[in-house]
Design a protein. Structure first.
Length: 287
């Protein structure tokens, strides 16, 4: 073999070895990603299922799969609210004449999410273990701003109508088993739903949520104060329309206390900024 041929063979071997190493590294990253998100395949499968979730175990797995989108909550919101046709899953159907037709399947994330949350009343630990983390993810600042906000309102409006869900949450609140530091997403959820649904603001059952949230203190109490104002507006005949509260869960942790004109009860805030307010830099960010 000539020196030139030997060099070519050596180069090809090096290239093959380098490609193998890159393939192995890519496969390793894929396996690692699957290990970190063990429920993603289940999520994709359930999204295209014609029937609903059949058991509490499936409901918990679906909620766990939703929580695996914490690195991309926008994608989760899109998957749960979009009814796009899938390009890969095809359903074969035979009509009465024996003809085969191909029907493109459609994702139905909101339907499956409602089915999963319907099992909340069957498991006492469902609300603190699964619902709260999901609400915390949906309440991320990314989803509460811009083009995501209308989709989020629609999804939350669909969720609160799940039979038995609100009653299950009320039972958990009355049992005092949720630490105040973890209850913020619940207060955020009730506030967001009430601000965008006039029928909720006229429902007396929602007024009963204010007191247990206030007793929890912390972020939940902050949301309860605003919820009380929204419900009070409906009581005096201002229940029509939308209040359009734009709030993320983390905003409940920072409201009030930044300066002497930043009371958690916004009704006591003075119109003209105080010197401490001007010095805090808050005015510059909002003007």
């Amino acid at each position: 073999m000539s020196p030139t041929q030997t060099l070519q063979v050596t180069s090809m071997a090096s290239a093959f070895q380098g490609g193998s190493l890159r393939w192995a590294a890519g496969r390793g990253r894929a396996i690692s990603s699957m290990a970190q998100k063990p429920h993603r395949k289940f999520f994709d499968k359930i999204m295209l299922r014609e029937g609903q979730l059949q058991s509490c175990e499936e409901g918990v797995r679906f909620i766990s799969a939703c929580r695996e989108f914490e690195d991309d909550p926008v994608d989760l919101l899109y998957r749960l609210t979009s009814h796009k046709a899938s390009g890969t899953w095809i359903w074969r159907e035979e009509d009465c004449r024996g003809n085969i037709r191909h029907v493109r399947m459609h994702e139905a994330g909101d339907r499956q999410l409602r089915a999963a949350l319907a099992f909340a009343s069957e498991d006492p630990g469902f609300v603190p273990k699964h619902l709260l983390p999901l609400l915390a993810l949906l309440g991320s600042p990314t989803l509460c701003r811009g083009a995501c906000k209308p989709l989020l309102y629609n999804l939350l409006g669909s969720v609160y109508r799940v039979p038995g869900l609100i009653h299950a949450v009320q039972q958990v609140l009355q049992s005092h088993t949720i630490p105040s530091s973890d209850a913020g997403p619940l207060g955020w959820f009730f506030l967001m739903v009430a601000s965008s649904n006039p029928d909720v603001r006229c429902d007396p059952d929602w007024a009963n949520l204010v007191e247990p949230l206030l007793k929890l203190g912390g972020p939940a109490a902050t949301a309860a104060q605003q919820l009380e104002v929204v419900l009070a507006g409906a009581a005096v005949g201002m229940g029509q329309g939308s209040h359009n509260v734009t709030l993320a869960v983390e905003d409940l942790h920072t409201q009030g206390g930044r300066h002497d004109n930043d009371d958690p009860d916004f009704r006591t805030i003075k119109i003209l900024p105080t010197t401490a307010e001007v010095g805090s830099g808050v005015c510059e960010r909002h003007m």
